[in-house]
Each structure stands twice: as C-alpha cells, then as structure tokens.
Design a binder for this molecule. Structure first.
Ligand code: CUA
Length: 360
C-alpha cells in the first residue's frame, strides 16, 4: 500500500511537472522522485496508470456496496423477520471469477510488454561497467580504452546505456531513482541492464542493498552531459597524464607521501591508481582526475563541503565513514595533509573537458 501511495504521489507530481514549466532543464542538483528523466521510468509510469485506475474503481465499488448493505440491512426496532436464506448464486460466482481473471490478464500482458520494452539493450548503447565495493563505486568504459572514474558516472545524455553490473565483495544495489529501477550488484556475476537519460543533468544514485556499516554512505552521481561535452570528456580522460609535480613544491611532497606513505603507514598507491604515473592500486577508487570531481567519500560531501572535509578524510577516513577500508593516518601532520591535498587537487582534466563546473 505504501508503494501504491508513493506511485500516486509521483504520478501527481509528474503530471504537475508536465503541465507546468516544460522544456526547462533539470536544475543541477535538485532531483525529485517523480522526475521522469528516463524512457524507462516513463514506460513504468504509463504502465501503472491502468492498474491505479482499476484499483480506484474497485475500491469505490467495494466501499459503496459495503456502506449500502450496512445501511440497507441494518437492524430495525420491532422487526423480527428472518432474513431470506439461500445457498449459492451461479451467476454471481461466474462473474466473481471472470472479472478478476480479465483484470489479471490485462495487467499481465501490460507488464510483459513493458518489461520487454525496458529490458531491450539498444545496439547504439554506450557501455559502462559498474562494480560496487564496500563502500564506493567504480565506473569503467570498455569501449574507450578502459577509462574509469570513482563514484561519478559520466554518460552521454539521450543515448541509451548498457550497464554491466557486478560487485566485488557483498551484494549492493545500483539505484538512481530518476533513471529507472534498482539493479542488483552480485559478486561473481555480471548482469546487463539498459538504462537511459532523456536530458542532461546531475542525478543522485544510492546503494539500495544493505551492505554494511556505511551502506548509507555509498552514493554516486550520474552526470549526463550533452553529446559534444561527453566526447571531450572521453577524449581527455583517455589522453590524461597526471602532471609532473615541480621539484620542491607542495604537490611534489604530496606525491612522495602518495608513493611511499609515512613512518610505516601504507602508501596511497597501494590502493589507488593515477593514470600516467606508476601508481596502479585497485583496492580503492581510481584517483586519476580527482581534482575535477564534485564529490568525496562516495557522495558523502559535495561542492564546497568536499574541499572542507578532504583534510579530515585523509587523516581519519574510518572516523568519518564507519567501515571505510582506507586506514587512518595519525602520523600525517597538518603540513603533510596540506601537501597531499595540493597533489590531489593538481590531478585535473583540462578545463574544456571537465564534466563539472565548480561555478554552477
Ligand atoms: Cu552497498 Cu549498500
């Protein structure tokens, strides 16, 4: 019943949006449950309308019959007549079987049709491999030389997508509500799904399967770019080479900590990759263009909060994100942390290829 109430609510808001300001773009970081930004969601919404209409008709019919009977056959003072006694009513019984049968058949046909439509992967789909790990996301583009990004899935708006979804440790759930239903990430198994975005914008994604202490801190963004901007991102990401830090600079000292750790504390490169450097760890998110990202800690902070929280994150990740597999670094002093931040911030895509503009 809560599902139905939610659907009705979404339906109302969606219809209000259809009649109100059409043609406007999604405001960059505001998404509502009812924002129908994918063909998938539209198909599911239109499929649910006949079910909702039938439910309303049945509800009204049953309620009317109930109230009528209660009122009509209520006990009256001094009326001692016995109610009419009968057993069985063939006509009524046939109707009571036939009507639900027709309703269920109609719903089954509609459901099968919608499922076939939304699960067909189109030939011109862009492929994205998604794997989930405690507690972050990896997005990889097999047709673009294996470029990857952590926690931010950049996609071409309007083009269908083929998601190849799996998990590395336990089950997780890929769910960007505006872009369709939940997809299970199952360790050792890759499932293929089709999703799509009908317009550009930044969409919220969440892990929808309870997966451990930081399940709630396992979020991501789907960033749908116009086709030309997406092509620039892909080209720049493929060609990306981390800049060489100047000798003696803060970036250079940060680079050294990244490479060697400090006083026996593990090096960042054990777990993180940076394209164009010898750093090739795979246990944690790829940090190749970390300086161009919008979020931190798998969506825990965004925008300015991300810059504000980065030092604390580097110093004590499990302290701010329960269950985080990145160790705490009590031996890094404030200067070390500043140097690491400087190094990470220097890992940037060229301005015209950055998929997120900090000014907006
Ligand atoms: Cu991953 Cu919940």
């Amino acid at each position: 019943h809560r599902g139905l109430a939610l659907t009705l609510l979404s339906l109302g808001v969606a219809l209000a949006q259809q009649t109100g300001g059409r043609g406007d773009t999604v405001s960059k970081h505001t998404v509502t449950l009812a924002d129908m930004s994918s063909q998938y969601n539209r198909e599911v919404l239109w499929m649910s309308i006949p079910a909702i209409v039938m439910s309303i008709i049945i509800f009204i019919g049953v309620s009317a019959a109930l109230f009528y009977s209660v009122w009509k056959f209520r006990e009256r003072k001094g009326d001692t007549r016995e109610p009419s006694q009968f057993h069985g009513n063939n006509t009524l019984e046939v109707v009571l079987i036939a009507v639900p049968f027709v309703i269920i058949t109609v719903l089954a046909v509609l459901t099968a049709r919608t499922m076939a439509r939304v699960n067909t992967v189109s030939a011109e789909a862009e492929r994205v491999q998604v794997y989930a790990a405690q507690f972050w996301w990896n997005f990889e583009y097999p047709t673009h030389g294996g470029i990857r990004n952590g926690n931010e899935m950049v996609v071409p708006a309007g083009q269908p997508l083929q998601l190849e979804v799996t998990a590395r440790d336990v089950m997780h759930g890929f769910w960007a509500p505006n872009l369709g239903g939940q997809r299970m990430n199952i360790p050792g198994h890759t499932s293929t799904y089709s999703i799509d975005t009908t317009r550009e914008g930044v969409y919220q994604g969440n892990c929808s399967q309870l997966c451990g202490a930081s399940h709630a801190n396992m979020r991501y963004k789907v960033i749908a770019l116009p086709q030309d901007q997406y092509s620039r991102f892909v080209a720049a990401a493929q060609a990306f080479k981390a800049p060489e830090p100047a000798p003696g600079s803060a970036e250079e000292r940060g680079y050294q900590i990244f490479a060697n750790g400090k006083e026996g504390q593990p090096a960042c490169q054990n777990c993180h990759r940076v394209q164009g450097t010898p750093f090739n760890g795979a246990a944690g998110p790829d940090l190749s263009y970390f300086g161009s990202r919008y979020t931190l800690g798998a969506g825990m902070w965004e925008g300015e909060a991300r810059q504000r929280e980065l030092p604390l994150w580097l110093k004590n990740s499990p302290g701010v994100k329960p269950g985080s597999l990145m160790p705490a670094y009590p031996k890094l002093n404030d200067r070390d942390i500043g140097d690491l931040v400087a190094y990470l911030d220097s890992l940037k895509l060229p301005e015209d290829a950055a998929y997120y503009s900090w000014e907006t």
